[in-house]
Design a protein around this ligand. Structure first.
Ligand code: RIB
Length: 285
């Protein structure tokens, strides 16, 4: 299995369960507070590592206690952190409101936006088998990474979250795009050209829609009791990368990632429920 490189965000997530949103000036009570590692980039790295992937994380943490915790967490999953750098900033922080398994997230990027130019992106990407990207670090870095990946024929997976007005020319350089259904509606039509092999639209309890040259195919969701959907999309991406680097075809890789994402929602916290390979194998069909 080849090297999976994730270039992206590293956060700490603080979440609470609530039943109503507060009005301006109002204080309401939440419950079940969770403080756990997150960030779309780090989540994808951990998802891939838990499934047996050989993973390198590339990103920025702050010089604070959350940064130290986030780094220790990546290390505990045997992820290569040679290119996780500490900068004089606060570590990225996500405030997550959970409601009946769904979530609303506010991200304060902090260190994720303080990208160091001296990072050896070309050497890192040239040695990758697949590259995972999201949109929680400066877009210029993501764009540069995609251009380097093309130079070295490294396939890319781009999760367009948080969604933005991405240039069509950029989107068409991505090998696999993985929007959720809300993000998909905000992307330009006709992305499936040039280098884009497939658009995988994750649809939560409705499964995944695969758009590729053969048309549109629907993969139904794997049934589970959802406790917290935070990080399900990230699990999908990490698991998809593991499946592709272990030689699965697109259809099988999507089915594998779909199941991993479903299982990840059965526990509270972005990374807590991410399955190991054995859990996927034992979970039936
Ligand atoms: O996708 C879930 C992640 O989004 C959370 O872990 C949070 O950190 C935000 O980046």
């Amino acid at each position: 299995m080849g090297k999976i490189v994730v270039i992206g965000s590293i956060n700490m997530d603080i979440s609470t369960e609530l039943h109503d949103l507060p009005q301006i000036g109002e204080t309401i009570k939440g419950s079940n507070v969770g403080i756990s590692p997150g960030g779309k980039g780090a989540n994808q790295a951990v998802a891939a590592a838990k499934l047996g992937g050989d993973v390198m994380m590339v990103g920025m943490i702050g010089d604070d206690a959350f940064g130290a915790d986030a780094l220790a967490n990546l290390n505990s999953h045997c992820i290569d952190v040679t290119n996780v750098w500490t900068v004089p900033e606060t570590t990225g922080l996500a405030m997550i409101l959970r409601e009946n398994g769904d979530n609303r997230i506010i991200v304060a990027p902090g260190a994720n936006n303080a990208w160091l130019d001296e990072l050896p992106l070309e050497t890192i990407i040239a040695n990758a088998s697949i590259l995972l990207l999201q949109n929680e670090i400066p877009f210029t870095v993501t764009e540069k990474a995609v251009d380097i990946a093309r130079l070295y024929d490294v396939p890319t997976i781009f999760d367009p979250a948080p969604v933005d007005q991405f240039p069509l020319s950029f989107l068409r350089k991505i090998t696999y795009l993985t929007p959720n259904e809300t993000e998909f509606k905000q992307l330009p039509e006709d992305i499936l050209q040039d280098e884009t092999k497939a658009v995988l639209v994750t649809q939560g309890k409705n499964g995944v829609e695969v758009h590729d040259e053969s048309g549109v195919n629907h993969v139904p969701a794997f049934p589970v009791d959802v406790a917290d959907s935070t990080g399900a999309g990230d699990t999908f991406n990490g698991a998809f990368a593991v499946a592709m680097t272990s030689g699965k075809n697109l259809q099988d890789a999507v089915a594998f990632a779909n199941k991993a994402a479903a299982l990840s929602t059965t526990k509270i916290g972005a990374q807590t429920g991410m399955p190991k390979l054995s859990e996927i194998e034992e979970s039936g069909t």
